[in-house]
Design a protein around this ligand. Structure first.
Ligand code: C2E
Ligand code: MG
Ligand code: MG
Length: 756
């Protein structure tokens, strides 16, 4: 009878409940009365229901515990019935066991709760509690369903995705992933292994493993042996090792893994959408076993999350690489260099340490680029980068600053060590470097600044090392130089000069002086040389010997040359209009003008001459021997095009360079200008006289005009004349003069007989 009453109560309860499909009420059933089960069937239904059904009396005692409940809680009916409900409920957050009032709180709600089973496994249940009257007494009816799998799915996904939204650190995300797996299934110890670009294993996270055991896997090649991870990656499918101790394939870290108490493991590959295996998820077990359904489901979700997190980390790392590393050399770029160096400086400041900044610039790199092309330049830069990498320590900071400039920051380093390393770097860099068919002998100049002596931040230290590097270049390249206060002054002056020169080019501070070249045989004017003058409003008069090299270094030479060419041609055209018989004007150009392909020098000359109504024969271009020795094919083409145009070429400062006479024969030059150093020594030195004589004969034999420069004394003129020199230029006749002064001079000296 008791049973019947209870059954009636349950029926009533089920009819109103969402689980009502389990049991049908006779009253509500639409079917024929014959089909309606009788009340005596209810206990049977309770017995067979797939939902767990638990009835609790007013004293918190379990009075009914059906077989489904037994399965869910992993306990037998005999164990539970009569005992307190608290043994079935998870402990409260504060640790105390839940009682009547906590259970009452659940009434009317569907809650998800973890259930700890006696065998140490945990399941999740969806539980609903309702108040009922049974056997005339108030009772609590608990209906529960095992939702472990769907719960696992949702909770796990949520946790990991939330972590991914909160942090970019793959390590943190993967650690959380493993911990979540272990929280859900404490019988598992999870690890994630990555596969690097060379197909080798790299332990990523292994929360339950000591660092050194986890690291045993590092560097193992993917293959059919070694470890379950290597095999899973090799096969591209999960691998179960039921018994680590006796597994024939296991060779790495078996002893250590067994020592930690692990007896079995299961490795599942982490594959990208395009099928690449990028990692391995492994579950370790303390007993020889295989994964159950829950483990398989966990692995399935975890692997999909791993793919997401690892691919995301890979694209972060690609973006990071693009933002912080130089593509060509793989070295840190300027931004990263700055960050790393600033950290090193802060560290040095905290620990009272010294530090050195080396600014390294490849000598004549532009020439390599210009003459052998950019791919060759790139190869040289890569070679330099790898040599620097080899010659520096792990703790040093190395980066590409810009173009052909590299920086090394040497931590815990004083001037003695810095100079030792700079010397070693210079040697390392100067080893022959084969690029295609050509063998280069690279060289570099190094400037060194020291912390804290020369500066307290990276900007200052770089600036000073750069200044010192310029000093090294001036010392003759291929050497190093330390920064000094004096250098700072020079650098400041240089900067002021450069800024002023920029202004001079856009304003009108530049002028051209003209120096006559006289034919001492005919007493006629042979031509004039245009020589630029700069009278800076800010800095006063500055000699071309000072500002021309600066213009060359600071990319100002091209606008300067164009200005001089245009102005000289304009002036000559104007003199012609005023019937002043000036045969031609010589303009000095820099080597850079010849390989500046943007300028298109031949076309530029042609256009300028045309715009001023001049003939190509009205213009001579003075070049130094360096231009002729330039192996850049563009330079030679430019020279030939200028020659074809009809503009004559003159070799300035002849005798100071290294031009081979054989080579000279094939060049389209028209004139040689004997360097003034020979003229200066003429009276004093017989050897010089022999040389000037030889130059005269070379010119003669190649049918070139030879001009002697820097003639200051009548004796020099006489000696030159005796050697056959016809054209001379120098203070003896006239210094370079401004246009109006030259006009006056020409007027007064039309006949040059009084110099005889
Ligand atoms: P350079 O082309 O060899 O010019 C001759 C230099 O010798 C000029 O110096 C001239 O003033 C000087 N000079 C002339 N006669 C005598 C003499 O009898 N004795 C002495 N001691 N010197 C004499 P300047 O004008 O100072 O020019 C120096 C160098 O600057 C030039 O050497 C040339 O290489 C360069 N330069 C001058 N103007 C330009 C220009 O417009 N463009 C380029 N690229 N370079 C220029
Ligand atoms: Mg000259
Ligand atoms: Mg000269």
């Amino acid at each position: 009878m008791e049973k019947q009453k209870l059954a009636a109560t349950l029926q009533k309860r089920f009819y109103n409940d969402s689980y009502s499909n389990v049991i049908l009420s006779p009253a509500a059933c639409p079917f024929n009365a014959v089909d309606i089960p009788g009340e005596d069937l209810y206990p049977e239904i309770v017995e067979q229901a797939s939902s767990a059904i638990v009835l609790v009396d007013g004293k918190d005692r379990v009075v009914l515990f059906n077989p489904a409940a037994g399965q869910l809680w992993g306990r037998s009916k005999d164990e539970v019935v009569g005992a307190s409900i608290s043994q079935l409920m998870p402990p409260m957050k504060d640790g105390h066991t839940p009682g009547q009032s906590e259970i009452d709180h659940l009434v009317g709600h569907n809650v998800e709760l973890p259930i700890e089973r006696p065998n140490n496994t945990r399941v999740w249940a969806e539980i609903s509690v309702s108040r009922i009257q049974a056997m005339g007494k108030p009772m609590r009816l608990i209906i529960a369903k095992n939702i472990t799998l769907s719960k696992v799915h949702k909770a796990f996904r949520y946790q990991v995705l939330r972590a991914m939204a909160q942090t970019d650190s793959l390590l943190e995300i993967m650690t959380l992933l493993c911990q979540e797996i272990q929280r859900i299934a404490p019988e598992i110890s999870a690890t994630v292994t990555q596969i690097d670009g060379e197909g080798r294993l790299r332990s990523l996270v292994a929360p339950d493993f000591p660092q050194h055991t986890a690291a045993l896997i590092d560097g193992i090649e993917i293959g059919p042996k070694a470890s379950s991870q290597a095999i899973a990656a090799f096969r591209g499918e999960p691998v179960l090792v039921r018994d680590i101790e006796h597994d024939p394939g296991w060779s790495v870290g078996r002893r250590e893994t067994l020592a930690l108490g692990y007896k079995a493991c299961w490795s599942a590959p982490i594959k990208t959408r395009d099928g690449r295996t990028i990692g391995i998820l492994t579950f370790y077990y303390r007993v020889c076993r295989r994964p159950n359904n829950l483990h398989a489901r966990l692995a399935e979700i975890a692997v999909s999350l791993c793919v997401l997190a690892m691919e995301r980390a890979a694209s972060f790392s690609r973006i990071h690489h693009l933002a912080f590393f130089d593509d060509l050399t793989g070295l840190p770029n300027r931004s990263l260099l700055h960050i790393q160096a600033s950290q090193a400086i802060a560290h040095a400041a905290r620990n009272n340490e010294r530090l050195a900044v080396l600014f390294i610039d490849i000598d004549r790199f532009k020439k390599v680029n210009d003459s052998l092309g950019h791919p060759a330049g790139d190869t040289l830069l890569r070679t330099v980068a790898s040599r620097l990498r080899e010659a520096t320590r792990e703790v040093d900071i190395l980066g590409r600053y810009s173009g052909d400039e590299f920086i090394v920051v040497l931590t815990q380093c004083d001037s003695v060590h810095a100079s030792e390393l700079a010397g070693r770097l210079l040697v390392a860099l100067s080893a022959p470097c084969r690029i295609g068919e050509v063998t280069l002998m690279p060289a570099a100049s190094i400037g060194i600044s020291l912390f804290p002596d020369n500066g307290r931040d990276m900007d200052a230290l770089i600036h000073e090392a750069d200044t010192a590097m310029y000093q090294a270049k001036q010392k003759g390249r291929g050497c190093f130089s330390f920064f000094s206060g004096q250098l700072n002054q020079i650098a400041k002056e240089r900067l002021t000069l450069e800024t002023a020169l920029r202004d001079a080019l856009s304003g009108n501070e530049l002028e051209i002086y003209y120096q006559p070249q006289i034919n001492i045989e005919t007493h006629q004017l042979h031509g004039i040389e245009a020589l630029v003058r700069w009278n800076s409003s800010q800095l006063g008069e500055i000699a071309p010997g000072r500002f021309i090299p600066l213009a060359e270094e600071s990319n100002l030479i091209s606008p300067l040359s164009q200005w001089v060419l245009n102005e000289a041609c304009r002036q000559l055209a104007q003199w012609r209009q005023h019937d002043l018989a000036i045969p031609s004007v010589s303009v000095n150009l820099s080597p850079t003008d010849f390989h500046n392909l943007n300028l298109k020098l031949p076309q530029y000359l042609e256009a300028i001459l045309r715009s001023h109504g001049l003939q190509p024969s009205d213009l001579l271009i003075e070049i130094t021997e360096g231009v002729l020795m330039d192996s850049n094919p563009d330079t030679m083409r430019t020279l030939h095009e200028i020659h074809a145009l009809g503009v004559r070429l003159s070799i300035d400062d002849f005798g100071t360079g290294y031009s081979s006479l054989g080579y000279l024969r094939h060049l389209p030059v028209h004139e040689l200008k004997l360097d003034q150093s020979f003229v200066r020594d003429l009276n004093r030195d017989r050897a010089t006289r022999a040389l000037t004589n030889a130059v005269m004969h070379i010119g003669d034999s190649m049918e070139l005009t030879v001009i002697a420069e820097g003639v200051e004394h009548p004796t020099q003129r006489n000696l030159l004349k005796a050697q056959g020199y016809q054209v001379v230029q120098g203070f003896l006749f006239s210094p370079p003069l401004p246009p109006t002064a030259l006009e006056r001079w020409l007027d007064e000296n039309l006949s040059f007989t009084h110099w005889e």
